[in-house]
Design a protein around this ligand. Structure first.
Ligand SMILES: [Zn+2]
Length: 103
């Protein structure tokens, strides 16, 4: 009985964690993509381009309705900041936990 439970846990535990990691990473990715899309829309409308992203820029995007709500942070440590620039074409919203990765 006890051995059976251990075997069952050994099967379940390694399979549970990657699924959770995977879903938080894809949640993080979709939040970052939403922010990037909002900044692209903002930059099409405004004469002064948004070249970075932080708390002040988030307020601009929310007040201008480019973002309908604050982006979600799926795990502790997910904070969205920007890297790169529009001039060089590598502007990205990055997360210290998930980087720029899709997953
Ligand atoms: Zn993240």
């Amino acid at each position: 009985m006890f051995i059976g439970l251990l075997v069952l846990l050994a099967i379940i535990i390694p399979n549970t964690r990657p699924v959770h990691e995977d879903s938080t990473a894809s949640f993080c990715y979709s939040s970052r993509r939403r922010v990037e899309a909002a900044i692209e829309m903002y930059n099409m409308d405004q004469s002064v381009m948004m070249e970075r992203y932080g708390p002040a820029e988030e307020i601009l995007l929310l007040s201008g309705k480019y973002l309908t709500e604050r982006p979600g942070f799926p795990s502790i440590g997910c904070i969205y900041t920007s890297s790169g620039s529009f001039e060089t074409g590598d502007f990205k919203i990055v997360c210290p936990v998930h980087g720029t990765a899709i997953r």
